[in-house]
Design a protein around this ligand. Structure first.
Ligand SMILES: *Cc1c(COP(=O)(O)O)cnc(C)c1O
Ligand code: SF4
Length: 372
C-alpha cells in the first residue's frame, strides 16, 4: 500500500490535485500542531474531493486545517480514559470484569487527528512526545495467555491497537489459535480501520481474509464468536468496492460491527448519519456504537455537545430495524467505562457538565464537559 507521510510528497500530490496555496498552507500548518503523526494512505487521499476540500469529511479527519483548531477545554487531557491506569502491562487493558482489550500494535495505516489513544499511537509529533514502548509481541501473547488462564472470568477479548491490520498475519494467526485454545473464552473481536484506509488490503485474496475466515469457522465450532470491529465515520468512506469486500466476510459467516466516532461538522447531522447507517446495512455491517468524542487534548474542534448528540440519536429512531440502530455511548473520563449517553445523573448547566456514575465503581462520579 502506498502512503503519504512526508511533507514534500504531500506538496507534490496537492499540486497534482490543483489545490490552491492557501489550502496547502492550512494543511501543512495543521500537520505541525497535530498530536497524531502525518500519514494518510494514497487511497484515502484520492477519496477526498479536492475541488471542495474545505467541507470534505475525510480531509477533516486526516488533514485538519490549522484554522480549524480551537483552544482545549481545561479538563481535556491525553489519555482521558485513564487507560494507562487500567493496564496490567502496557498491552492489556482490563477495565471490565469479564473483558479485556489487548493492544496488538501502536501503528495504523493512516492517523486520525481525533484519535483517543493519541497518548500512545503512532510516532511522536511536534506537540506530543510518545515515550511508551511496547514489549515484544510474542512475549506479550504468552503473557496474555497466562493472564487469561489466571482470570477465568474473562470471556471477551478485543484485539485492538493501533490497527490490527498492520500486524503480520502470522502473529494474528498465533493470537487467534491461542485464544481458541482457552475454554473460558466466548467472544473474540478484531478491531481494524483497514476497510477505511484501503479495503483492498483486506479483500478475498488477502492473507488477512484467509486468517479471519479460517478462524471464524474453527472458533464457531467451539461456540466462540469471532467478529471484526470496523471504524467508519462517514458514508464517503464506503465505496462500491468496500461494500463488495465487506459482503465477502458476511458470506463466510464473519460478523462485522461498526463503531463510529461522532465528529462535529463531519457526521453530526441527521443526513450524514442516515447515509452512513444505510451504507453499513447495505454492506452487511451492523452499526454497533456511535461514540461521544472523548475529552482528548488537541481535538476540541471535533467535539459535540451532549444535548446535540442525544437529539441526533433521537432523530435516527424509526428508520432502521432496532438491531441496526446504533447505540450512542460515552466512554467516561477517568476510566468509568461506557454508558448510554442519556444515562447521566445530573446536568450542571453553568459548567456544561454532565455527571455519570461509573459503571465499574458504582459510587464514583465521572464528569464530561461540553465544548465551550
Ligand atoms: C470499549 C471497551 C471494551 C468493550 O466494550 P463493549 O461495550 O463490550 O463493546 C472493553 N474494554 C475496554 C477497555 C473498552 O474500552
Ligand atoms: S485507526 Fe484508531 S487507533 Fe489508529 S489513529 Fe485512527 S482512531 Fe487512532
Amino acid at each position: 500500500m502506498e502512503y503519504l507521510s512526508n511533507i514534500d510528497d504531500l506538496k507534490k500530490h496537492l499540486g497534482t490535485k490543483k489545490v490552491d496555496n492557501e489550502i496547502k498552507n492550512e494543511i501543512i500548518n495543521g500537520i505541525n500542531i497535530n498530536s497524531m503523526a502525518f500519514k494518510i494512505s494514497k487511497y484515502l487521499f484520492d477519496l477526498i474531493d479536492w475541488k471542495h476540500p474545505a467541507h470534505d469529511p475525510i480531509r477533516k479527519q486526516f488533514l485538519p486545517f490549522k484554522k480549524e483548531y480551537i483552544q482545549d477545554h481545561d479538563k481535556s487531557c491525553y489519555d482521558s480514559l485513564s487507560e494507562t491506569e487500567n493496564k496490567k502491562n502496557y498491552r492489556i487493558i482490563h477495565r471490565y470484569p469479564n473483558k479485556v482489550l489487548f493492544l496488538a500494535t501502536k501503528v495504523c495505516k493512516s492517523y486520525c487527528a481525533f484519535c483517543t489513544r493519541s497518548y500512545l499511537v503512532g510516532p511522536s509529533t511536534n506537540v506530543k512526545i510518545k515515550s511508551i514502548k511496547l514489549s515484544s509481541i510474542l512475549d506479550e501473547i504468552s503473557n496474555l495467555k497466562d493472564y487469561l488462564k489466571a482470570h477465568k472470568n474473562i470471556t471477551d477479548v478485543i484485539i485492538s491497537g493501533g490497527d490490527v491490520n498492520t500486524i503480520k498475519t502470522s502473529i494474528l494467526d498465533n493470537i487467534l489459535t491461542t485464544l481458541g485454545g482457552l475454554s473460558s473464552i466466548k467472544v473474540v473481536r478484531i478491531a481494524t480501520r483497514g476497510f477505511t484506509f484501503d479495503p483492498f488490503e483486506l479483500d478475498e485474496n488477502s492473507e488477512f481474509y484467509r486468517v479471519i475466515t479460517k478462524h471464524s469457522f474453527s472458533l464457531r465450532r467451539k461456540n466462540i464468536e469471532l467478529s471484526i470491529q470496523t471504524h467508519f465515520n462517514h458514508s464517503n468512506e464506503i465505496t462500491l468496492n468496500t461494500r463488495r469486500i465487506l459482503r465477502s466476510y458476511y458470506q463466510r459467516n464473519v460478523i462485522v460491527r461498526n463503531q463510529t466516532v461522532l465528529l462535529k461538522n463531519i457526521n453530526d447531522d441527521k443526513d450524514s448519519m442516515i447515509n452512513l447507517i444505510e451504507k453499513l446495512i447495505d454492506s452487511n455491517v451492523i452499526p454497533y456504537y456511535v461514540y461521544q468524542m472523548d475529552m482528548v487534548k488537541n481535538t476540541e474542534h471535533f467535539r459535540t455537545k451532549i444535548r446535540d448528540s442525544i437529539n441526533l440519536e433521537k432523530d435516527l429512531y424509526g428508520f432502521f430495524s432496532g438491531f441496526y440502530t446504533p447505540k450512542f455511548v460515552i466512554d467516561l473520563p477517568d476510566g468509568g467505562g461506557k454508558r448510554i449517553l442519556t444515562q447521566y445523573e445530573k446536568y450542571i448547566p453553568n459548567h456544561g457538565c454532565y455527571e455519570y456514575y461509573s459503571c465499574i465503581d458504582k459510587d464514583k462520579i465521572c464528569r464530561y464537559y461540553d465544548p465551550l
